[in-house]
Write a protein that binds this ligand. Structure first.
Ligand SMILES: Nc1ncnc2c1ncn2[C@@H]1O[C@H](COP(=O)(O)OP(=O)(O)OP(=O)(O)O)[C@@H](O)[C@H]1O
Ligand SMILES: [Mg+2]
Length: 428
């Protein structure tokens, strides 16, 4: 071997050693990640990680100020899917800092802690208290990507997405309108990614409501569910706004749509691996697949009108849900189109009492507002931000995403930590 060749081989080996470790992570789903750093180096590592192709779909923000800033920030804002929190403190102080963060954390938020203490006991203690990962600084871009990916690649953490089935208890009750507007609120106010799955294949209105006329959509996925992966999913979704995408219905009547229950399940499973919220617009039918979809959803929103037929159907559906899902929260009842001039109606209070389920949201009939929104292909919020109905959709979004309840209850992944600390104070 000539000396030149030897030199070049040596320099190639050196160059290879200088390359950062290639992270072997899978692409990270469309989650929101917010980092609060203490050290500028950590902040720039996370910033660089956020520009990596594997995080292309995630929304990442990086701020300084560590736990202090995070606690102030989340007092008035909902917490994202993942918080990366850096603390330069020692073990005891770090644990007490995380306790303060836990008090403002919404349920479902995951936490990666970054610290300077290389201590296996601290690591175990953090995991025991609900922190998903502990990374010792200084960290690298590859390590950061792998830590984030390990949370979303781990089957024990469950899928990223939650499904919400929106179902009308009478044809034309306004279930699709409630579905689209609430999804829009989750996407715009809470800045969380949402996919609307329009299951009303022949007559769905989601495309019209968002002024979209895509060539492909949910029917393509349902016809060959085994082909669906994150790349194809991206092609089949039509983007409505930064955080909202639509899995549109084909709206063609040249064929009949006999939807397969298993196909529905497979498709939804793939979507929920990739997106935090899936709003399913279930048409007013009770076929095997529609029933299965409603009974298996993480949350059910029933939209009713204040009349007798709707009351009877709402009662039947609520009973069915209660017996089939004894360990789930009761469905959320929306009473819509209340106060149509001259129409005799069942009063809201009586409606709730008769079926033993309080309407969580009541929306007045407003032909002008809803008609304008439908004709313009806009959401109520876009037509009139101050309208009472816009407020109703925002509160429904908050109820679904647990924003209000969990803040007031202080529940979170770290809740056991708070409980134990309270207990140790009492015992001590
Ligand atoms: N609160 C309201 N005030 C006035 N009009 C409303 C209200 N809510 C919905 N609408 C209108 O009622 C009509 C039916 O609404 P929508 O299509 O959402 O009902 P649906 O329950 O999904 O019907 P389907 O049974 O066909 O699926 C739409 O034209 C919509 O704009
Ligand atoms: Mg509908």
């Amino acid at each position: 071997m000539s000396s030149n060749a030897a030199i070049s081989l040596e320099s190639m080996q050196q160059a290879e050693q200088d390359l950062p470790d290639e992270p072997r992570a899978r692409p990270i789903p469309r989650v929101n990640i917010q980092a609060f750093c203490e050290d500028q180096n950590t902040a720039s590592v996370i910033q660089k990680a956020s520009e990596d192709r594997r995080l292309a779909k995630a929304h990442v923000t990086v701020q300084m100020g560590g736990v202090e800033s995070a606690v102030t920030f989340y007092r008035d804002a909902s917490t994202p899917n993942l918080i990366i929190i850096e603390s330069l403190l020692n073990r005891a102080e770090m644990l007490s800092d995380l306790e303060r963060l836990a008090e403002v954390c919404d349920s479902g938020t995951k936490v990666i802690a970054v610290g300077q203490v290389n201590d296996v006991l601290l690591y175990r203690e953090l995991l025991r208290r609900g922190v998903s990962e502990y990374v010792v600084a200084p960290t690298s871009v590859a390590q950061m990507i792998e830590s984030i990916a390990s949370i979303y690649g781990d089957p024990s953490t469950g899928p990223v997405g939650q499904t919400v089935a929106f179902v009308g208890t009478k044809g034309g009750a306004g279930s699709s309108t409630v579905c689209h507007n609430t999804a829009f609120s989750i996407a715009s106010v809470l800045e969380s990614d949402v996919v609307i799955a329009d299951m009303d294949l022949p007559f769905g209105t989601a495309g019209l409501d968002f002024n979209q006329d895509p060539l492909q959509g949910i029917a393509d996925a349902l016809s060959a569910p085994e082909r669906l992966d994150e790349v194809l999913l991206d092609r089949l979704l039509s983007r409505c706004s930064e955080h909202l995408s639509l899995f549109a219905a084909p709206i063609a009547l040249d064929k009949a749509y006999d939807v397969d229950t298993n196909a529905c399940e497979t498709v939804l499973d793939i979507v929920r691996e990739n997106v935090p919220w899936i709003a399913i617009d279930v048409p007013h039918v009770w076929t095997a697949w529609a029933k299965d979809m409603v009974l298996k959803a993480d949350h059910v929103v029933m939209t009713a009108m204040p009349d007798l037929a709707s009351l009877r159907n709402t009662k039947n559906l609520a009973d069915q849900l209660k017996s089939a899902r004894p360990n789930d929260r009761p469905p959320i009842l929306v009473l819509n189109q209340v106060g149509v001039p001259k129409r005799p109606e069942i009063p809201v209070k009586d409606f709730g009492q008769a079926i033993e389920l309080e309407p969580r949201v009541v929306i007045e009939f407003d032909a002008q507002l809803f008609g304008t929104a439908a004709n313009n292909g806009q959401m109520i919020e876009e037509v009139s931000e101050k309208a009472k109905a816009a407020d109703a959709f925002r509160s429904l979004a908050n109820i679904l995403t647990d924003r209000i309840e969990s803040k007031s209850e202080g529940s979170s992944l770290l809740a056991p930590l708070i409980e134990r600390l309270k207990l140790s104070k009492v015992l001590g």
